[in-house]
Write a protein that binds this ligand. Structure first.
Ligand code: NAD
Length: 263
């Protein structure tokens, strides 16, 4: 398949390219140039340039959006929200029937859900909260959904959180966490598996999707089932190579601010 990748020069992009390069024709785009080691096709393109994205998508079979901008108030909306608008216009104008959207898990299961400890699933009503990153990404997902109502475009949204190397599980999220309430630790996936998930989404026939707008958690199966990613295994056929078991265990450490007087 001919695959247009938007925002493909970040951390995830190279893993997506690695997973797909021998099976698909890739046109990589980003506002930044790729490293010299990248040997494929590249075009400089900003996702908020609607006309540019429409033109880049000519002759493509599928569009994958990996772009993201986290801290800046105006640019975050331009990239995280308008980027998906460009992608959907480009799909509509070029008769592309499938696009892949990506984002963090909290654009769907944000603060309102944080203390749930069972069966958080990708078909829950979105509760992104008000954080700029989560909210602008969640609105981007809503843009995709609205386009699917009247157009024959299928959107697969892949939600990630912690991306890790299986040999290096250290990181800031392992320090000073309240293990009992924290969501970070269990929701971790290795970089190769994150890239593979995009390949699986690209290769999933649209007939396997329950609707034109489907969301998937990208994380290995967890024994305590806090997050339910069974739909990902069944529909996308994604089989993660690593489970990262050592991150699943809850600490016996008591939270420092445990207010026992309240009980
Ligand atoms: N890295 C993580 O730990 C993580 C965790 C959860 C979700 N995600 C999601 O995975 C996807 C990829 O994230 P990442 O980690 O590669 O992010 P990243 O910040 O490393 O890369 C984002 C890319 O987007 C590009 N970009 C920024 N503005 C752009 C614009 N106007 N037009 C085109 N490209 C632009 C950047 O140049 C960069 O190459 C995103 O949807 C992100 O929300 C990542």
């Amino acid at each position: 398949m001919k695959v247009l990748i938007l925002g493909g020069n970040g951390m995830l992009g190279p893993w997506v390219v690695k997973a797909m390069k021998t099976r698909h024709e890739i046109l990589l785009t980003d506002i930044n140039s790729p490293p010299k080691s990248y040997k494929g096709e590249f075009m400089k393109l900003s996702v908020d340039d609607v006309e540019g994205v429409v033109n880049a998508a000519k002759g493509m079979d599928i569009i994958v959006n990996l772009s993201v901008l986290r801290p800046h108030r105006r640019i975050a909306f331009e990239v995280n929200t308008l980027g998906n608008y460009s992608m959907m216009i480009a799909a509509r104008e070029n008769n592309i029937s499938k696009v892949i959207n990506t984002g963090p898990h909290f654009q769907l299961v944000g603060p309102q859900y944080e203390e749930w400890d069972f069966n958080l699933n990708p078909d829950m009503p979105p509760q992104p909260g008000t954080r700029l990153y989560a909210l602008s990404k969640s609105l981007g997902q809503e843009v995709c959904r609205v386009f699917t109502e009247d157009n024959n475009i299928h959107v697969i949204t892949l939600l990630y959180y912690n991306m890790k190397h299986h040999w290096d599980l250290s990181g800031p999220e392992q320090e000073n966490i309240d293990y009992h309430l924290d969501m970070n630790v269990p929701y971790s996936t290795t970089w190769p598996d994150c890239g593979e998930a995009v390949r699986c989404a690209v290769e999933t026939p649209i007939e396997k999707l329950n609707s034109r707008c489907e969301t998937f958690f990208i994380l290995p199966e967890l024994p305590h089932k806090k997050f339910n990613s069974s739909k990902t295994f069944v529909v996308l056929g994604w089989k993660p190579m690593y489970k990262l078991e050592s991150l699943w265990t809850k600490s016996n450490r008591k939270p420092e601010n445990n207010n026992t007087e309240a009980f």
